[in-house]
Design a protein around this ligand. Structure first.
Ligand code: IVH
Length: 682
């Protein structure tokens, strides 16, 4: 394909991909298969790789991300991003309507919309192309998060419509749908990390990730609810919503033009009713005067528009008695306090347990046995205790203190500096840790031992057939045939009889056997090393190539790996320096699991192939992690200490004098971050 043909094809592919993207993510009515769509994107990527000059700034390949943003610049909004006054009752809303009626003295209509519980964003387009995306910030200026926002597929990168003005801004809300939120939190828990408290926090955290490829995986969504610009050519909010919908923006289908307050109240009632079944969080309804002329006449207070207001739903809250606090021990030994409650009905479901997160939170709440506590529930999230009614506390009620010993095995609990979570250090004998580790090991994204779910595993553990992950590979037919036990789910309290018949036994042994084929990166993830998620496992396996190299890596060598920080390095060192873990690895090796890989981290250009670098000091332009990934992504290698084989020392400020001395004595060139940049560009 020559460049002229390539240009034509790029244009055609861009058009097709954008169109299919719109059909899938905005209209939810795809007309081609996911595979066919992926093939179009792949083809475009290939051409862009061959002819980088044809890569448009808003190419649909941007959706997969990959660009790194170190610092999100602060940008002033073209139009201030105001917030809304809140109302919580019918009376307050009627008072608002009376003020509007009085000021206008003429007929008016309202547009009622959902109040999305996410992150507000301003999307500026110039000549139809998405120029920047800025968060609300303080309303006057916010953070520019354009690269990350480009991965959200319900936001058009390009608007091609004859009516589109040269410049406009769409105001919208970025939300994390419940399904994405649950996936994300279960991944976080698997990796032994703290989950996000709610989808809004998760959306905010996602927009601030440095790696846009990770943002792309968070499956954010975006609903547009406003249009701003000069000479737009229409006169009402309702029309503007219809227009942006036509331009390809995703707008909510639950928007209604209301002639009077009765219509407004019935809209509110409908929304409140369907709230639990929506796939994302809303926290109320927004009511806006429709005509722009009337909006202008009403104007603004110092903080809010006088032509719009929000009606906030009551938090899905309940009050009930706290019976006790129990402590759940997870697979990494993390101890989480759980409130055991007298059952209470909240938003249609019975709540018996609620999260208290950690010892600090417990301390802040100052919980006592039999306290009346406020419990809140949002969407599908685990309910949480938000407060205590101290007035109703019974005299002499016992204060609940976080335990010093593991409730399951009695070991003294530990807490690392700077972390909120307490851990039980007895990783090999503490029962829930044994079960948790095996469950993690067998899970789909780890070894994918399908036939062995938590129930069966629990039975095998209780019969003393398995004690740790490596025992799985020593199980024989006769060990498990005929086993029988009642299994009680620790969460629901429901019991079920589990028995191992011929067919079950064969399935289990087959799926254990099949897991021997699982690649090294998933085996490493499956070990359940604290703070070691899937991405990190992949990076480590590709960096070290073999488990022995990883096991013998020094702290410095670990820190030299892209994205490995102190926490992960310490966790890896702790894990492998425990003889019990080293024995497990030895057994797993003998069982034939894969502990090596030939796959290397993909390099972007390979210009630094074969060169080894040592990094030292503090940098101006990039962070240390950026410099590491810059080097490895271009084929270079990073070493923790200087030796005769080091090619370059990348030096920042306050570099250790010893390193410099050593580099000089070995005649190793010392380069700055700017020089490194130049080397790569050349
Ligand atoms: S209009 C001047 N419409 O609520 C009008 N805001 O409290 C400004 N929000 O920062 C906002 N859904 O993040 C508007 N349908 C909707 C909304 C909405 C959610 C958020 C938005 C804003 C906050 C105001």
């Amino acid at each position: 394909m020559n460049i002229t043909q390539a240009k034509k094809r790029v244009k055609e592919l861009t058009r097709q991909i954008n169109e299919h993207n719109y059909r899938y993510y905005v209209q939810a009515r795809p007309v081609i298969s996911d595979h066919a769509y992926d093939m179009l994107v792949k083809e475009l990527e290939k051409i862009e790789h061959q002819y980088p000059e044809l890569r448009e700034i808003n190419s649909p390949t941007q959706r997969v991300g990959g660009q790194i943003t170190k610092k999100f610049p602060v940008v002033k909004h073209d139009y201030p991003m105001l917030s809304l006054g809140n109302t919580y009752s019918r009376e307050e809303l009627i008072a608002f309507d009376n003020r509007v009626a009085k000021s206008l003295g003429e007929v008016y209509e309202y547009v009622c919309e959902l109040k999305f519980d996410g992150i507000a964003i301003g999307l500026t387009y110039e000549n139809g192309s998405l120029l920047r995306a800025v968060t609300r910030g303080d309303g006057i200026q916010g953070d520019e998060v354009t690269t990350n926002v480009k991965t959200i597929r319900s936001i058009p990168l390009q608007v091609n419509h004859p009516e589109v003005p040269p410049k406009f801004e769409v105001r919208a809300e970025i939300v994390m749908p419940h399904q994405s939120f649950q996936l994300l939190n279960s991944d976080k828990e698997m990796a032994g990390e703290l989950p996000f408290a709610n989808p809004r926090n998760a959306a905010a955290g996602s927009l601030k990730l440095q790696d846009s490829a990770l943002v792309a995986k968070r499956n954010l969504d975006c609903f547009s609810y406003g249009l701003l610009g000069e000479k737009l050519g229409f006169t009402s909010h309702w029309d503007s919503i219809k227009i942006i919908e036509k331009w390809g923006f995703k707008v909510s289908q639950y928007t209604r033009l209301c002639q009077d307050m009765e219509a407004v109240f019935s809209f509110i009632a409908e929304c409140e009713k369907m709230r639990p079944s929506l796939p994302f969080d809303i926290d109320g309804v927004v009511i806006k005067v429709n005509e722009y002329k009337q909006q202008a006449k009403l104007g603004f207070t110092s903080k809010f528009p006088r032509w719009a207001i929000s009606y906030k739903f009551k938090a899905e809250q309940g009050i009930t008695r706290l019976k006790n606090i129990t402590y759940q021990v997870g697979r990494t030994g993390a101890v989480t306090p759980v409130a055991e409650l007298e059952p209470v009905l909240i938003a249609g479901s019975k709540v018996k347990r609620a999260s208290v997160y950690n010892a600090d939170k417990m301390h802040d709440l100052d919980l006592h046995i039999n306290d009346m506590v406020y419990v809140e529930k949002g969407g599908d999230i685990i309910p949480k205790i938000t407060g205590v009614d101290k007035q109703s506390r019974q005299p002499g009620a016992a204060k609940i203190d976080f335990p010093e010993k593991c409730p399951e095995c009695g070991s003294g609990l530990l807490r690392n500096d700077g972390e909120a979570i307490h851990y039980c250090p007895n990783t090999t004998e503490c029962p829930p840790q044994i079960q948790g580790k095996i469950d993690h090991f067998t899970s789909r994204r780890a070894m994918n031992i399908e036939s062995l779910g938590p129930e069966r595993t629990a039975v095998l553990i209780r019969h003393g057939k398995i004690h740790q992950i490596a025992d799985l590979y020593e199980l024989g037919h006769e060990d498990i045939l005929g086993l029988e036990k009642t299994y009680t789910d620790p969460d629901t309290g429901k019991s079920r009889k589990v028995s191992f018949r011929e067919k079950t036994v064969n399935n289990i042994l087959d799926s254990i056997d099949k897991s021997r084929q699982v690649p090294f990166e998933r085996v490493l993830f499956a070990l359940g090393i604290r703070h070691l998620g899937e991405t990190m496992a992949r990076k480590l396996t590709r960096h070290f190539g073999h488990i022995d190299k990883l096991m013998s890596a020094t702290r410095e060598e670990l820190l030299a790996v892209d994205e490995v920080g102190d926490k992960v390095a310490s966790s890896i060192i702790d894990y492998f320096s425990d003889q019990a873990n080293a024995n497990v690895i030895e057994k797993l090796k003998r069982a034939g699991l894969s502990f090596q890989t030939d796959i290397k981290e993909q390099s972007v250009t390979g210009v630094l192939q074969g060169q080894s670098f040592v990094i030292s000091g503090v940098f101006q332009q990039y962070s240390r992690d950026d410099i590491k990934s810059l080097i490895t992504s271009h084929g270079g290698e990073i070493k923790g200490s200087i030796s005769a084989r080091t090619n370059y020392l990348v030096a920042g400020e306050n570099m250790g004098p010893e390193k410099l001395k050593k580099a000089n004595s070995l005649n190793i060139p010392v380069i700055s971050e700017a020089e490194l940049g130049r080397m790569i560009r050349q």
